[in-house]
Design a protein around this ligand. Structure first.
Ligand code: FE2
Length: 334
């Protein structure tokens, strides 16, 4: 497979002021390169990760998928063309705008604008978060994940799996249909959810500290009508997260503690407990779907569904002492 991570996201917006505030004071990204038409946001050592363009509309601009080098990008382009996908070679001006060595553009069958690139520009200046956060978990896992609305999941899976080479992580049939793909150990870098709509449903960024997410939740609760889903934990990537609406109307998931797949050994399977183990209560949503999703979580809880937390060296402390109850519950008791 030539694609190895989610590299960047282009966002279409109506004006940039709301994004400048939302991207820095809530998400904690660093605003760089603001012009009258374009705002670039930084998350790590890359020059930019989120590029917001004043396009006179709200929604997805483009999704940028990263390849290793020129040979991988050329092979991806050739493979797409062999399968009848029109590929536009980016010129020097476009590559400069994306801060990459080379870029191609193409569309998925629903017309979502995709790009692939290699050679992202690195910045040596220290990342300065827009609010006090520990930082974003990116690197080889990419900048997070994207989730697309689709009218029919089954119709789009072949493009991402067979043409682009994404690997299925798992899929879900109820309370709604969804399909999750990985391109590296991040449990999913892309998902398709069957909502009957088109466009970007949300993108996810992962923080190093659980407290970054909890403190973000407090900020989100103070933003009028922004909260989409309360704090909760996902069944498949074990992410503890909440969702808010961005100024471009789609959502953003703000998360911590995502699990990694052992990619060579991973066996895709159906998720039977819905998207969340607990929480993620839908705010201002269709009461029927809200009730369905809540029941799925109650069923998951009654079945005893629990997962370990995934911590990084340096952000946990083992609890001291011996607890007979925990030794029983975790199977350590002899
Ligand atoms: Fe997500």
């Amino acid at each position: 497979m030539h694609i190895q991570s989610l590299g960047y996201i282009g966002v279409a917006a109506q004006g940039l002021d709301d994004w400048a505030h939302f991207g820095t004071r809530f998400l904690g990204m660093q605003a760089v390169d603001r012009t009258s038409r374009r705002l670039a946001l930084r998350m790590d050592d890359r020059k930019q990760r989120v590029i917001v363009e004043d396009a006179g509309r709200n929604g997805l601009g483009y999704i940028g998928w990263e390849t290793a080098d020129q040979a991988a990008l050329d092979a991806l382009a050739a493979g797409l063309e062999r399968q009848g996908v029109a590929v536009l070679r980016g010129d020097r001006a476009l590559a400069d705008e994306r801060s990459v060595a080379d870029v191609i553009r193409f569309q998925d069958p629903l017309g979502n604008q995709l790009e692939a690139f290699w050679g992202a520009e690195i910045t040596t200046a220290a990342f300065k978060p827009g609010r006090s956060i520990s930082g974003f978990r990116t690197g080889p896992l990419g900048m997070g994940h994207t989730v697309l609305h689709v009218e029919n999941v089954d119709a789009l899976v072949p493009f991402y799996r067979d043409v682009l080479g994404f690997h299925t992580s798992d899929w879900m049939l109820k309370p709604f249909k969804a399909h999750f793909f990985h391109v590296n150990p991040r449990q999913h870098s892309l998902a398709l959810i069957e909502t009957g709509r088109k466009g970007l449903h949300h993108f996810m960024v992962e923080l190093y500290s659980l407290d970054d997410v909890g403190q973000g939740f407090d900020i989100a609760n103070g933003m009028d009508n922004k909260l989409l889903l309360t704090m909760g934990r996902h069944t498949n990537d074990h992410m503890t997260s909440f969702y808010t609406k961005t100024p471009s109307d789609f959502g953003v998931e703000y998360g911590w503690g995502g699990r990694l797949l052992d990619v060579p050994k991973h066996v895709p399977e159906e998720m039977t407990h819905g998207p969340s183990m607990w929480g993620h209560e839908l705010v201002n949503a269709d009461p029927e779907m809200r009730a369905k999703r809540r029941q799925a979580r109650i069923d998951a809880a009654e079945s005893g569904l629990r997962q370990p937390v995934h911590v990084l060296e340096g952000n946990y402390q083992l609890a001291a002492g011996i607890c007979p109850w925990w030794d029983q519950a975790s199977g350590k008791a002899k």
